[in-house]
Design a protein around this ligand. Structure first.
Ligand SMILES: C[S@@+](CC[C@H](N)C(=O)[O-])C[C@H]1O[C@@H](n2cnc3c(N)ncnc32)[C@H](O)[C@@H]1O
Length: 208
């Protein structure tokens, strides 16, 4: 996985960095959640750091982690004093205080199925009762996957499959928005989650 990403970044074939459907995600999150400036955010698989830079312009503290180190991180760090980057796998991220917002903008759907549980458990461990986890995934009505020439796995989850995974790891889906992909003619799915116990108590406070 690390080699596949390093090859993409090294050859500037990281088309996701220039993907306008992904670059609009932070502004969509803030537009929907209207989080206060005081929050702490984590960007899992932050790539070159564009979303970290965006979040750092509105939130008090932002951490970006990625298995590939990026020279662009230095540029973000030179402009912002509320940012930390860590070259790390999510599952080995140092422990610390929880985050109010965790973004996964296109990282989870490239993981091997064997690590889904460990990956989502690592996310849930870094949340508190009011945290939001926002996840962008490929969407298809019939789940499938393929491996690209660089060796990256691409998983197209169907919505039910994704929700079952979330629920198993204690995450409840609060909201979901589709983002149209012009070049592919299909959709990304942006899923907003909370820890299960919190959404359960919210439901019981507001029975339908
Ligand atoms: C498709 S790219 C998306 C990058 C970035 N979020 C963006 O929107 O441009 C996925 C990123 O996740 C990183 N990555 C993959 N698996 C990871 C893991 N287990 N922990 C941390 N980063 C990971 C890759 O190196 C890559 O930069």
């Amino acid at each position: 996985m690390t080699n596949a990403y390093a090859a993409h970044y090294g050859h500037n074939t990281d088309e996701w960095t220039r993907d306008i459907q992904m670059r609009c995600v932070p502004s969509l999150i803030q537009g929907l959640l209207k989080l206060p400036a005081s929050i702490r955010a984590l960007d899992v698989g932050c790539g070159r750091g564009d979303d970290v830079d965006y979040f750092a312009s509105i939130y008090s503290y932002v951490v970006g982690i990625d298995i590939c180190w990026q020279s662009e991180w230095q540029h973000v760090l030179s402009r912002r004093n509320n940012v930390r980057f860590e070259c790390s796998d999510l599952m080995s991220l140092r422990s610390g205080p929880p985050f109010d917002l965790i973004l996964d903008n296109g990282c989870f759907h490239h993981q091997h199925p064997d690590v889904y549980d460990a990956y989502l458990a690592a996310v849930a461990r870094r949340m508190h009762s009011e945290s939001s986890f926002v996840l962008l995934t490929f969407k298809d009505s019939s789940p499938h996957q393929h491996i690209d020439p660089q060796g990256r796995l691409h998983r197209y989850f169907d919505t039910k499959e994704l929700h079952v995974l979330m629920t198993r790891l204690g995450l409840s889906v609060i909201n979901e928005v589709d983002l149209y992909r012009i070049a592919k003619g299909d959709y990304y799915r942006l899923t907003f989650c909370r820890l299960h116990s919190c959404s359960e108590s919210a439901t019981s406070r507001n029975p339908r």
